[in-house]
Design a protein around this ligand. Structure first.
Ligand SMILES: Cc1cc2nc3c(=O)[nH]c(=O)nc-3n(C[C@H](O)[C@H](O)[C@H](O)COP(=O)(O)OP(=O)(O)OC[C@H]3O[C@@H](n4cnc5c(N)ncnc54)[C@H](O)[C@@H]3O)c2cc1C
Ligand code: FES
Ligand code: FES
Length: 1296
């Protein structure tokens, strides 16, 4: 068959939310996400990454299978789902689930009422994952629920409130794991409270929830059923601008097509081809969709195994294997069991629902979790090409590397045969990934051994690895050599050496982590060795004694369990009016709109007539002269309107807020990879991006290229001023101390990973140079000022509107200003509306993040644990422009004491100027880094003195009225209370004993526990605004509506940064409401029995103005750096967190077992929001300190540009038991209603997990007699943990 036979394109028929869609011009390049958003204007489905990694774009797909008459519902990522795959299916989006106009669905209602949304950007995706699960299982298990959410990321909530909403649908009771101890945390809840206080643990009322009624759901469209049953199947063709999609209906036709177009890929789930085309620059003019061919969907149980069609989805494979395991004797299902184990953690459920078995195998990726185990199990592939069928062992397809030509270009995989296991055969699969779920593996393995009957003599052995080379590899020589050996320690030793010799990566291997991967390679084999030994024991315990008991626990992998949580806060006083919402856990004003997808973000705004899309062209060199920019090819691209450069900026292109400028467009030289050089505007985002890729820039590299803090120190490259803080006499103190040590901690940067990428819509108004800017920003006034300056117009011509922001965390201030200026300059030049929505990859590349940090210290201490002197130097990597780096360095200095009194202190802070993208504000603003350094040397003192870390913390903690090193007074009473309550509530001492006991009984698994205090100075820096207005005006919350923040209503507002949103805006709202009440009071006095409507009606009659603005200028803070004295903060927040973890010493993997947080936040205005902020920040802290790793090439190119490479915490990472208490009876005279701004502080407490991990590693090292003091840097990843747990395997790897 050829394309000529199909000149005309077919109509694509499918349903969306019960509505029939007939698309006459289906473009194979178009994904469902953009179709929904741009064509159908269903903007509830969000863009978060475009690569299947975040879940923001989740939809439900429903199909009908005429043979079984079954309807299948499954969740899928719309961003990778080609619309051409939709023929005959029904799509449900968040709008189809429920809406405020019709009926809000129970899933939407419960997510909102359980406070499961903060910025709300991830919420529609969450709704769709939960909704789809409930369509299949109306009463799911908690295990099904956590699995359903494994592919959904949320950067704000820390997942706990989302899971609370989920639990309300689950069948089993919401009891905690401590049941094993005979009591559930909910049973002994009472013990957790101070009896004096009126305490509450309820953040929502389940009795308000509507029941889930499955009969109310949208039915599968009968027309699609008729189509599937009655219409003869025929080949479908869809032709796009550049690509043709062919969907044949039988195998012969498919083989003809493949013979005619051998280079055309077969696209099933598009989870491999899709990302390659989107991010890898690959293009296919023809693609073939084999999904409808029966031979490729076959499921056959044969006498010796299972034959599964290559187009079967991985979810289907999982179900089939699970079913077979339940029916067949255990002996026959060991292979099925091992494959199933890999499938449980392969991708998220949404990926497995669409990704095909054949696609995973044939892609031959080194990261395939299936190929090593399928190859080790001797699976067979059934292949076909025109006129030819053959069967080959699966291992043949990567026998000589990824490009071997075992598979002919015209050949296709029809099905895979997975055999039954046999007696005397043992099979296992292993993997280690940067995150337990929804993460590609760093390394994996499949292993199989067959013994001679009744012996432990190896008859056959297969060992395959992934992650070690460009495709799956086999340790063939090793396996041959070991045949005939007995399964014992000698064999293990020889095998380990042989494997390393045969498989281990060379030091120069690309992708890094070489030592870690090599260690995993041998550790996996060791784990297999133990597993088999243990299994042999079950066959003949006299001959095979099994493994030592203390080794047993390593055979259990960590599992994700539904976390148990409890939140404790002080209830409002009984005398408070029931109408007064202050102090109550009120739902987010937009909660329901978030959950229904009705909440409008920038890219959801309807398009404006003549609107253009903008794509940026960025530098590919870190430091270079721009020799030429060739835009000729780009300008010829379809739909291209113009190219915008520095020459088009009417006024300011470089902003001199300090010595070095912030730059909109690079002009003559570039100073980092990712700097914006020019931008393309076109009629669609696709055309703009295609053209941007065609702009050719020639560079001449300039020296030096400074990337790291070490480079900056070497070249003396800093932003000025450098800052110093000094107290007491450090040099003298060092002379009198008992001991001195020096150390260094490195803390990696962190990507904001707000779920909504940077977004701007600039609309010129055509009159008086006015321009409306809709921007996702925390600081509209700043955007207004910057754009006005770049356009050279008075600021009052620029109106900046902010309806809502899909997460920011500090990253949407200066960077948003630069991007708004780019869009505004383009709008100004073209006189058209311009939309700029950064792709996730560009956002991560361009906008910088948290500053990487190096802390060098020298500490003097006494043997009783007292700190006497600290001499430290802090370096932060500011990147190529100043942004707020100097301020971040200052704050890191001012907060470095954390909770401790340091009598003699000298500390310097330097902001390094490098050729990385400029770093910027990020939740915590330098504190999470400098306080981690402090806590590290505190732990070092513990190591040196033999005292426990908590003892050192207690001894040195601020206790009475004290002064900070810069002479600001503080009253640490609540710090001590938080610490003591945290100790008590976490039962720290008894759990520490239990941890020690566990560690004695387990060799390869260890637990660790740590408790960390926090003093978080607040200062320098809308959620509760309705509550403030409600109280001040004495009216119900339902009367209050917030429209947007705009520079037209508040011309000179402060930024919503540094947790200050409520403090500053709340004060301003209070001010405005009080003005209104003053005006209304005479009317109220006259008619005291009237209601709000009567009074405002009367106000109208009397011409009393009912509009007022309020203003709060912020706090009076100052710091004199010359004297090293000042009052830079308004007040102090306190807290403490205790975390317990368990590590696997063989892989470095860990599990967060429990966290208890006690936080002093004054009188909470809304405990649900405050607790949500604490938990969200804490989980972001877990990310910073244990997971999130930015990787750069030696040339300064950021590799980690999406959720595939950069792992933020997911559901599997939150502690299994998670308890947060707000300190009761705490007042704050400085802020609104005695509250405290909480947004940032909780992040640092994530380091309790870091120190718990360190504690676990310490116990390993102590047991093995290793050096007591060792350096641990952040993030403390599995790689570092594995290296620190040194053993024979690490020695073997290093000694090679
Ligand atoms: C977010 C994300 C997370 C992931 N996580 C994991 C993970 O943890 N572990 C893991 O192993 N994988 C993971 N993957 C990879 C995923 O499993 C594979 O991409 C998937 O199995 C490929 O199947 P597909 O149907 O989507 O392939 P497609 O993209 O549709 O096709 C892939 C390739 O296979 C070829 N092909 C497909 N079927 C046949 C056939 N029958 N005959 C011949 N050639 C064929 C095609 O020509 C094409 O070249 C992840 C992918 C994503 C996007
Ligand atoms: S946008 Fe689709 S998964 Fe992220
Ligand atoms: S609420 Fe989940 S990303 Fe903001």
């Amino acid at each position: 068959m050829s394309l000529q036979g199909a000149a005309g394109a077919d109509e694509l028929i499918f349903y969306v939310n019960g509505r029939k869609i007939i698309e006459k011009h289906a473009d194979p390049e178009q994904m469902l996400l953009s179709y929904l958003r741009k064509r159908l204007h269903l903007t509830g489905t969000k863009y978060g990454c475009g690569g299947g990694g975040c879940g923001a774009c989740m939809v439900m797909i429903s199909t009908y299978e005429p043979a079984s008459k079954k309807i299948r519902h499954y969740s899928a990522n719309a961003c990778l789902f080609p619309i051409c795959s939709l023929y005959g299916v029904a799509v449900t989006t968040v709008e189809g689930v429920g809406s405020t106009k019709s009926r809000v669905h129970p899933v939407q209602e419960r997510l909102a009422k359980c406070h499961g949304s903060q910025c709300g950007f991830c919420t529609p995706g969450m709704v769709m994952s939960i909704y789809t699960l409930l369509r299949n299982y109306p009463e799911p298990t908690s295990e099904q629920m956590t699995a359903a959410l494994a592919g959904n990321l949320c950067r704000c909530t820390g997942y706990r409130p989302i899971l609370d909403a989920c639990k309300t649908f689950c069948k089993e009771s919401v009891c905690c794991q401590s049941k094993a101890s005979g009591k559930c945390c909910l049973d002994h809840e009472e013990d957790l409270f101070d009896k004096e206080e009126k305490i509450s643990t309820r953040l929502f009322s389940p009795d308000e929830f509507q029941p889930l009624d499955p009969t109310q759901e949208l039915i599968f469209p009968p027309e699609l059923m008729r189509m599937a049953e009655n219409q003869p199947k025929r080949t479908l063709f869809f032709h796009g601008e550049r690509m043709t999609w062919i969907s044949p209906v039988n195998l012969d036709e498919l083989l003809d097509l493949k013979a005619a177009h051998p280079k055309a890929p077969l696209v099933v789930g598009n989870t491999s081809v899709g990302p390659q085309m989107k991010f890898g620059g690959m293009f296919h003019p023809i693609v073939i969709s084999p999904a409808r061919i029966p031979d490729l969907n076959v499921v056959k149980c044969t006498g010796d195994g299972l034959t599964l069609g290559a187009a079967c989805s991985l979810s289907l494979v999982k179900d089939i294997l699970r079913n077979a395991i339940s029916k067949l004797p255990e002996e026959k299902t060991k292979i099925f069991y091992a494959v199933l184990k890999q499938l449980r953690t392969l991708g998220g459920e949404q990926i497995r629902n669409v990704a095909s078995l054949g696609g995973n195998i044939v892609s031959r990726k080194s990261t395939s979790d299936l190929n090593p185990i399928l190859a080790a199990s001797n699976c067979m592939l059934n292949l076909a090409s025109r006129g030819r069928k053959r069967q080959i062992p699966l291992s043949d397809i990567f026998a000589d590397g990824v490009d071997n030509n075992t598979l002919m270009p015209e050949e296709i995989l029809v099905s895979v045969h997975i055999p039954h296991s046999r007696k005397g055969e043992y099979i296992s699969a292993f993997r280690q990934a940067p995150r337990r779920e929804n993460a590609l593996p760093i390394a994996n393995a499949g292993m199989r051994v067959l013994f001679e009957e009744g012996t432990d003599k190896i008859k056959d052995l297969n060992i395959f690895y992934g992650g070690a080379a460009s495709t799956t590899v086999c340790a063939k020589q090793t396996c041959w050599t070991l045949i005939g050996r007995h399964w014992n320690e000698q064999m293990l030793d020889e095998a380990s050496r042989l494997i390393l010799k045969e498989i281990a990566l060379p030091g120069s291997a690309c992708g890094g982590k070489v030592e870690y991967k090599n260690t995993l390679i041998v550790s996996f084999f060791y784990r297999f060795f133990l597993e088999v030994l243990q299994s042999l024991k079950t066959t003949d315990s006299c001959h095979y004694p099994g493994i030592p008991v203390e080794y047993g626990s390593v055979l259990q992998d960590f599992q994700t369990k539904m976390p148990q949580s409890i939140q404790i806060y002080q209830d409002v006083d009984q005398s408070q009016s029931p109408q007064d919402p202050v102090g109550r856990p009120i739902m987010h004003q937009s909660g329901i709109k978030h959950a229904t997808g009705e909440a409008v973000y920038i890219d959801d705004l309807p398009s404006v007539d003549g609107e253009l899309f903008l794509a940026v062209v960025t530098s590919s060199r870190a430091h270079a002269k721009i020799m030429s920019v060739d835009t000729s090819e780009a300008l010829k691209g379809p739909g291209v309107f113009d190219i915008i450069t520095a020459d088009d900026v009417p006024a300011t292109n470089e902003f001199h807020y300090s010595s070095d400028p912030e730059i909109i467009f690079a002009r003559n030289k570039v100073i980092c990879v990712g700097q914006i050089v020019c931008a393309v505007v076109a009629d669609s985002d696709v055309h703009a991006k295609q053209a941007a890729a065609k702009v050719k820039i020639k560079y001449e590299v300039l020296e030096p290229v400074i990337l790291t803090i070490e480079d900056a120190i070497k070249h003396n490259s800093f932003f000025e001023p450098k800052r110093k803080l000094e107290k007491g006499n450090v040099d003298q103190a060092f002379e009198t101390v008992d001991g001195i040590f020096e150390g260094e901690v490195h803390i990696g940067g962190q990507e904001h990973f707000y779920m909504e990428t940077q977004s701007v819509l600039a609309i010129p108004r055509g009159e008086d140079k006015e321009m409306d800017l809709f921007v996702s920003t925390q600081h509209p006034a700043f955007i207004q000022e910057m754009v006005a300056a770049s356009l050279g117009v008075p600021a009052n011509r620029i109106m900046c509107h902010v309806k809502r922001v899909g997460g920011a965390f500090g990253g949407k201030i200066l960077k948003a200003g630069l991007l708004a200026s780019v869009a505004a300059v383009a709008a100004n030049k073209t006189n058209r509306a311009v939309r700029l929505i950064l792709s996730r990859g560009d956002d991560m590349l361009i906008t910088g993040g948290r500053h990487p940090f190096v802390g060098k210290y020298k500490v003097g201490f006494m043997n009783d644990g007292r700190i006497r002197a600290v001499d430290a130097k802090y370096y932060i990597n500011g990147g190529c422009t100043p942004d707020e780096s100097v301020l971040v360095a200052e704050v890191s200095l001012l907060k470095m004491d954390n909770a401790y009194k340091i009598p003699n202190l000298r500390c310097w802070a330097y902001a390094c100027k490098t050729n990385l993208p400029s770093n910027t504000a990020f939740r915590g603003f330098g504190f999470p880094q400098s306080a981690l350094v402090t806590e590290t040397w505190i732990t070092d003192i513990a190591d040196k003195t033999g005292l426990s870390p908590e003892k050192i913390r207690e001894i040195n903690m601020y206790k009475e009225d004290e002064q900070t090193p810069f002479k600001q007074k503080l009253d640490p009473q609540n710090l001590v209370r938080c610490w003591n309550e945290c100790m008590e509530k976490s039962a720290y001492h008894s759990r520490k004993t239990a941890v020690k006991e566990f560690n004695k009984q387990n060799y390869w698994k260890k637990k660790g526990i740590a408790i960390v205090p926090m003093k978080f100075p607040f200062g320098l820096g809308t959620r509760y605004l309705s509550q403030v207005a409600s109280r001040e005006l004495n009216i119900p919350m339902s009367y209050i509506h917030f429209r947007e923040t705009s520079t037209t209503t508040v011309p000179n507002a402060c930024a919503s940064v540094g947790s200050a949103g409520t403090d500053v805006n709340g004060m301003a709202v209070k001010d405005a409401c009080q003005t209104l009440m003053k005006r209304l009071q005479p009317i109220i006095n006259k008619n005291p029995k009237g209601n709000w409507n009567d009074w405002i009606k009367e106000a109208f009659e009397q011409s009393v103005s009912l509009s007022a603005t309020g203003y709060f200028r912020g706090y009076n803070e100052h710091m004199d750096w010359e004297k090293g004295e000042g009052q830079p903060f308004t007040y102090f927040l306190y807290g403490a967190a205790c975390s317990e973890v368990e590590i696997n010493c063989l892989t470095g993997d860990h599990k967060n077992l429990q966290t208890d947080i006690v936080m002093d936040i004054g009188c909470s205005i809304n405990p649900a929001v405050d607790i949500g902020q604490i938990e969200g920040a804490f989980v972001q802290g877990i990310g910073l300190y244990t997971m999130e790793e930015l990787k750069y090439s030696p040339e300064g190119v950021l590799y980690t540009r999406g959720p595939d490479q950069y792992k933020i915490p997911a559901v599997c990472d939150i502690p299994e038991r998670f308890r947060v208490s707000l300190l009761s009876s705490s007042q704050n005279p400085y802020a609104i209603y005695a509250s405290k701004g909480i947004g940032e502080a909780g992040l640092f407490l994530g380091c309790s997990v870091f120190f718990a991990l360190r504690d676990a590693v310490t116990s390993v090292r102590n047991e093995r007699g290793l050096k007591k003091t060792f350096a641990m840097n952040s993030p403390l990843t599995a790689e570092q943990i594995r290296a620190a747990c040194a053993d024979d395997f690490t020695k073997m790897v290093i000694g090679r």
